[in-house]
Design a protein around this ligand. Structure first.
Ligand code: ADP
Ligand code: F6P
Length: 503
């Protein structure tokens, strides 16, 4: 196949002209997934040796089970800087995941600083999460975002078979669909946003709002976690670019007349059966029992599991718990909160701030309520192996998921899937995508400290029958709507929208 190079178009996406090498079809693939992260990332241990670990976060948890069984290529970054002395590429024996081959995109240190830490995580991330902290816009960082997006698009254009399906993921790569359409108009292109899409009033702050919107509209299907996000996007296309909206679809100018972009919600999920199977494993159940014993066999074990991110409400959750100890609602000698907080985006200032703040709040609560030999809080600021995480879910009486804003939140679904005896209780923020699907949780407004405390106590004191009734309903939802169903519904929508499209 010869793929002709397409020049830059008038969308403002291209910057420098885009090119595809003519030898691009060798080893070409029919399904390509593109995400900032590969499922593995490299770390250096204390001796300077490179170790490889599973990448943190919901995107990897969701895509891994979906892609393992599909012949595909996963294009992404391994977390390393290509211009550092100790740089190593993904080793051969780790370069695939079942049926899925991994293809690494390299980033320099300065690109990581400006594209990842900068525009992605200090501008887009806070802007799309209700501007909980102020987004910071730098022109040079947006330039780097465009450069890196172009690198991803070019790599995909070279890997994709004629007419292949390319599924682009998340806010780090919003320009890729538009760039790819210019490079390879033959491709079927989907985009899925894992985080919230903000109301138009917030989105319009962004200096490059039209460029980013053009980038997203390069896709055939643009998917969101919630109907609200999809609605915000349609409204934006109408208002900012004066595009026509027809039902779910936005109509854009295409090479052969108007082209339909399907805009819809596809709430993401988990591999519910895999978590359920782990939770039934006698080794995991023993580990759960051992954990409770090691914690002093508390009457109530509460649990939080998050990346250490200011959107997750970790600080307000611990503060609420401390107040409950203070007020005597919980006995500090018979109650334990385990908070797992995986380090995340540690070069970004606001993440350093929340890390210090959480450490301070935990220290204060321990100082006030700890006794010799008992600690009402256990704080783990490091990644935890998947099996240990499931053992914690099995051990915990109450799961606290209290983000100020979260696109979906998979941790709460994992907790539900691990409660094989229909026991336990989920306290869940209304401001997660998951809340719309899990109304049988104890839903809370994390900005309302007293309301949240009341709900935590209600969950802790509910009768076993009431907990079981709620948990059965939660489990039914999580098992019916698993991640395979999510993937199929997105790929089916792509097929439907592009069926009969002129080639
Ligand atoms: P996000 O994508 O914002 O991090 P989610 O709740 O959607 O949030 O997904 C988090 C995923 O990362 C879950 O699958 C969870 O099991 C995993 N995870 C979270 N914290 C840890 C940890 N400390 N160690 C290992 N995995 C973790
Ligand atoms: O859920 C949003 C997200 O950015 C995902 O893309 C990813 O799974 C997770 O957060 C972790 O973020 P990062 O890749 O920056 O460590």
């Amino acid at each position: 196949v010869t793929i002709s190079a397409a020049g830059s178009a008038g969308s403002g996406l291209a910057g420098a002209p885009l090119e595809v090498r003519a030898d691009s079809a060798a080893g070409a693939r029919d399904l390509i997934v593109v995400a900032n992260r590969l499922p593995i990332e490299s770390h250096q241990d204390d001796d300077g040796a490179t170790t490889w670990e599973r990448s943190p976060g919901g995107l990897v948890s969701a895509l891994e089970p979906v892609l393992t069984s599909r012949p595909s290529t996963w294009v992404g970054w391994s977390g390393r800087c290509s211009d550092e002395d100790d740089y190593v590429e993904v080793p051969e024996h780790l370069a695939s995941l079942g049926e899925c081959e991994l293809h690494e995109i390299s980033l320099t240190r300065s690109e990581v600083r400006s594209y990842y830490d900068g525009f992605s995580n200090a501008a887009l991330w806070p802007l799309y999460h209700d501007a909980i902290v102020s987004p910071v816009y730098h022109r040079t960082e947006f330039d780097a975002y465009r450069t890196v997006n172009r690198r991803f698009a070019q790599a995909v254009a070279e890997l994709a078979a004629p007419g292949a399906t390319v599924w682009v993921h998340d806010y780090q790569l919003q320009l890729v669909p538009g760039m790819l359409r210019e490079l390879r108009p033959d491709l079927v292109i989907g985009f899925f946003l894992h985080i919230p899409f903000p109301p138009i009033e917030l989105y319009l702050q962004m200096p490059w709002r039209a460029v980013v919107l053009h980038g997203l509209l390069g896709a055939d299907v643009v998917g969101f976690q919630s109907a609200g996000g999809a609605g915000n996007f349609r409204q934006l296309a109408e208002r900012l670019l004066s595009l026509q909206v027809d039902g779910d679809d936005v109509l854009v100018e295409g090479a052969h007349g108007p082209r339909r972009v399907r805009v819809a919600d596809f709430p993401i999920s988990i591999d519910s059966h895999a978590i359920d199977a782990l939770a039934r494993d006698p080794r995991i159940r023993k580990r759960a029992a051992d954990t409770r014993r090691a914690l002093g066999n508390p009457e109530v074990l509460l649990l939080g599991v998050d990346r250490l991110d200011y959107t997750k409400g970790i600080d307000i959750r611990i503060q609420a718990y401390e107040e409950l100890l203070e007020e005597g609602a919980f006995d500090a000698e018979k109650t334990v909160l385990v908070q797992v907080a995986t380090p995340s985006r540690e070069n970004v200032e606001e993440y350093q701030r929340i890390r210090d703040e959480v450490a301070l709040i935990v220290g204060r609560a321990l100082g006030a309520h700890g006794k010799m030999g008992t600690a009402p809080i256990h704080y783990l600021h490091h990644p935890v192996p998947r099996e240990d995480l499931v053992a914690l879910y099995v051990a915990a009486d109450i799961m606290l998921v209290t983000p100020l804003r979260d696109g979906m939140n998979l941790v709460c679904k994992e907790y539900v899937a691990s409660r094989i005896n229909d026991d336990g209780a989920l306290v869940l923020s209304e401001f997660t995508g998951a809340a719309a699907e899990l109304p049988d949780a104890w839903l809370v407004n994390p900005y309302d400290a007293d309301g949240m405390k009341d709900s935590i106590v209600a969950a802790a004191t509910a009768s076993p029958e009431s907990r079981a009734r709620r948990m059965r309903a939660l489990r039914a939802q999580v098992f019916e709507h698993d991640v395979e169903r999510w993937a199929r519904s997105f790929l089916d929508a792509l097929e439907e929208v592009t069926a009969g499209r002129p080639g």
